[in-house]
Structure formats: C-alpha cells, structure tokens
Ligand binder design. Structure first.
Ligand code: PEP
Ligand code: MG
Length: 322
C-alpha cells in the first residue's frame, strides 16, 4: 500500500485535458527536501534560506551555505531547485545582524528582502558565491525576494556577476544559475512586463502580495478578511503577472500559501499558473485536485472569481459554485 501511495504521489499532475501543472515543494532546510520528494514534489520551488540564518549567534559562512545548497539539490536529483536569497526584516528579525530594523515604524515597509541584501553586500556576496559554487555540482535557480522595480533586479544581478568574476579569478569551480524573482510587491506587478524581460521565471508570493495590495498586515487577525490572497484585488494581480510572464515566454509559479490550498487550486489552474509550490504534506492532495481539473471549466471559474467583490464571495464560489 505504501508503494502504491508513493507511486501515486510520484505521478505528474496533469489535468483531464492534458496540461501538466508542475508541483514543487517549499522548504526551509535541506532536510525538508527528501520527504518532499516522497510526497511527490517535482522539484523545490522555494528554499527559504533565511532559516539558515535564524536561531544562531552569527551568519553561516560561505562554505556552510554552499554545503546546505548542495544538500538540498542533491536530495532532488535531476529536478529544478529554486533557492531564494536571504529574506529577512519584516517579521523575520535576526539579532546578530544588528538593529537594522529597530528604528523602523513599519518593518514590513522597511529594509527587508532584496533591499536589505543590497544594503549589506558583505552578507549578500558570500551567499551569492555559495550559490554559484553549489551550481558547479547541481543546476540551481536563484530567486530574489521583495523586488519592487527593475533597478533592484539589475543591482542584484550585478552583484551576482561580481561574485562570479571573483570566483573565476580565484580559480574556484562555479556553475551557471538561472535568475528569477518573487512577485510579491504591487509595484512588481505594475512593472511585470519590464521585469519579465530580465527574469528567467516569476514566482508569486501571495502572502506578501495580499498584505501589500490590501494594505493589511498579514499577521494581524483583525484585518485577516482583507489580507486574504483569495481577494479579487489580489487575484487580478495574479492574472496580470501571468499575462506578463506569458507575453515574455517565461514560466510563472506561485509559492505563497494559496498555492497549497486544495480549495483554491482549480482557480489557480484557471488563472494559468505553470507551477505551484507548497509545503511537502500538501502535495499529494494538490496533485489529485489538479488531475480532476478541466482547463476550460477552470478558466470560466477564474473569470467569475475576478468579477466578485471580496474574498468571502470567492470562497463561496469555490465551495458551492456561488
Ligand atoms: C510569500 O510572501 O508569499 C512568500 C512565499 O514568501 P514568505 O512567506 O517567505 O514571505
Ligand atoms: Mg514573501
């Protein structure tokens, strides 16, 4: 029975009319990768590397990071692995990095994600070097978080080039990486056509996108009905991001919590996402839901959802057809 369950989990998630949705895993440590593979992950869609930096006295050095990235990729042989660069700040403070966020009235609107890394090159460069060195052994994709506009992407890519040049000058083995971004800031959606020209892929972070689109803190229960990724205001941003990705010919993934919601998946299929990335245990159910999907019906569902006024109405539509 266990073998049969594993075989079922391993099968790809193909809709009744033949579209393959790639289902990938969100991981926080390399140890999460092997169980995700058993759950049927076809790769890692989001490795949240900030977990390597949390709950310790100092930052992991380049070698420790390289080993962690190699370990995650080795657990997913031959499969794509997306490593997100350090996304701290906001709700993820790291004491030894100093009081960079201590004076911020609005940490979620402050120096977090790529903003922090661009301000702290001495922390960012070792991570970029570790990623390039790990890519000598396994193909890797690098993803920058919290990108708001093309200038940040260009600056991050320039640092990646600087890291590559330094490794080459030292004669250290390193490999090529594909570079993509999280789409989780409304400005990035507005500029998605420009960003798509400079990205190998998009991955939509609905947790942050919902809070920034709705101006409602993702951790504040009093506004939870607003910071809901099923809100049509957020879904329209997903639609626009997919359209920009399609126009540029790059894949569009979703790696926020919404991607792992079985109830939402027909809607996400209808919105045209290429890949869903979620916590390992959610994968078998998600694949089953995709296998029951029909593209035309899902597209109609998405069209209806986009016309509704709030998240509660979208939930009703998903539960009982409106
Ligand atoms: C998101 O914002 O949806 C996301 C996947 O990133 P995180 O939850 O780590 O901020
Ligand atoms: Mg996020």
């Amino acid at each position: 029975a266990r073998q049969a369950a594993l075989a079922g989990a391993a099968r790809p998630a193909v809709t009744v009319d033949g579209r393959h949705l790639h289902v990938h895993a969100n991981i926080g440590t390399p140890a999460d990768a092997a169980p995700a593979l058993l759950n049927g992950a076809e790769g890692v869609g989001l490795f949240r590397t900030e977990f390597l930096f949390l709950d310790r006295a100092d930052a992991p050095d380049e070698e420790e990071q390289r080993a962690a990235y190699v370990a995650a990729a080795a657990a997913m042989p031959g499969l794509p692995v997306v490593v997100r660069t350090l996304d701290i700040g906001g709700d993820k403070p790291v004491p030894y990095l100093g009081d960079f966020a201590a004076g911020e009235d609005n940490p979620f609107l402050g120096l977090r994600g790529i903003r922090f890394c661009l301000a702290r090159r001495e922390l960012f460069l070792p991570q970029l070097r570790a990623l390039l060195r790990a890519a000598a052994e396994h193909p890797l994709r690098v993803m920058f978080p919290m990108v708001a506009h093309p200038g940040e992407l260009a600056a991050a890519k320039a640092l990646l080039e600087e890291a590559r040049a330094a490794l080459a000058a030292q004669g250290l083995p390193h490999g090529p990486v594909e570079v993509g971004i999280m789409v989780e800031v409304p400005a990035a959606v507005a500029l998605a056509d420009q960003l798509a020209r400079e990205s190998a892929f998009f991955s939509i972070g609905t947790n942050d996108l919902a809070q920034y689109v709705m101006a409602a803190d993702r951790g504040n229960a009093a506004v939870a009905d607003l910071s809901d990724a099923l809100h049509p205001a957020v879904l329209r941003m997903v639609r626009d991001t997919v359209a920009a990705g399609n126009a540029a010919g790059i894949p569009v993934a979703m790696c926020g919590e919404l991607a792992g919601s079985a109830e939402a998946i027909p809607l996400l299929v209808g919105l045209g996402l290429d890949e869903l990335s979620m916590n390992g245990p959610a994968i078998p159910r998600a694949k089953d839901v995709v296998r029951g999907c029909d593209m035309a019906a899902c597209a109609r569902l998405a069209e209806r959802a986009l016309e509704l006024p709030d998240a509660a109405a979208v939930r009703r539509l998903l539960r009982d057809g409106g």
